[in-house]
Design a protein around this ligand. Structure first.
Ligand code: G3P
Ligand code: CA
Length: 244
């Protein structure tokens, strides 16, 4: 089971910072997840929210600040807001890098960053996205994942989904898995409260195209153990030390 530090070790350190990434690795994470948004001047930044208010001492939207303005903020305990290039250069060779696209139109820039910092071993980089405009501030789509996989077949792609995806009458689990299979994705990742043993087995034995199943934001030991027993392939936790 892959042990993914969610926004680093964000239960211990300021999320999405170098300090958080280092802590995740020290605590035994084999992978580090972070979120990506674009600055006003088009630089890819490691930020979860559309606004800087919750995670820094600033106010306002990420997209209305330049990279220099964002990097002048305090992201907690004196940490800087990172560019994605800084993040991948720091993590390269230390952990698998799991990058969540939070916005549309970030893929070309991301490819540019990965090409500068590469080459990358197979699965050294995995890209994630929801396909649910507005879910938890995300506005990305699985189309970006399909494009990414065409460009970098050796790197990973995971389709994130929440309960809202399956509430959409146009979608069901089978269609999600078919979509994942068609783009040659590596895995799907439902929110952990949706996961059942039957779902894990179904994903693993999806006819013609078995997939892996990951999940995220699992912090309680009981939940982690149950998911592990069901055969989940990867968990992202704010406390990666609990994934041992
Ligand atoms: O790893 C997926 C997970 O990070 C998605 O949710 O809101 O924490 O980015 P969020
Ligand atoms: Ca994320």
């Amino acid at each position: 089971m892959l042990k993914i530090g969610h926004r680093g070790a964000s239960g211990h350190e300021p999320e999405n910072t170098l300090r958080s990434f280092l802590k995740a690795i020290e605590l035994g994470a084999d992978s580090v997840e972070f979120d990506v948004r674009k600055s006003k001047d088009g630089v890819l930044m490691v930020m979860h929210d559309a606004a800087v208010d919750r995670t820094t001492n600033g106010r306002g939207l990420v997209k209305e600040k330049t990279c220099a303005e964002l990097q002048a903020l305090d992201a907690g305990l004196g940490e800087r807001v990172l560019t994605v290039l800084e993040a991948v250069e720091f993590l390269k060779g230390k952990a698998r890098i799991v990058i969540e696209l939070k916005e549309p139109d970030t893929l070309p820039s991301l490819c540019g960053v990965l090409d500068i910092a590469g080459p990358w071993n197979p699965r050294a980089i995995t890209i994630l996205a929801f396909d649910e405009a507005g879910f938890e501030g995300s506005n990305s789509t699985w189309n970006d994942l399909a494009e990414f996989k065409k460009i970098y077949p050796h790197l990973g792609v995971i389709l994130l989904f929440s309960p809202y995806k399956l509430m959409d009458p146009e979608w069901n689990l089978e269609k999600v898995l078919r979509t994942a299979a068609e783009m040659k994705a590596d895995a799907v990742a439902p929110y952990f409260k949706m996961v059942t043993k039957e779902m894990v087995d179904y994903v693993h034995s999806f006819p013609g195209n078995p997939l892996l199943i990951f999940t995220w934001a699992v912090d309680e030991q009981g939940d982690i153990e149950r998911l592990r027993q069901w055969g989940i392939d990867g968990i992202a936790s704010n406390f990666p030390d609990r994934l041992k």
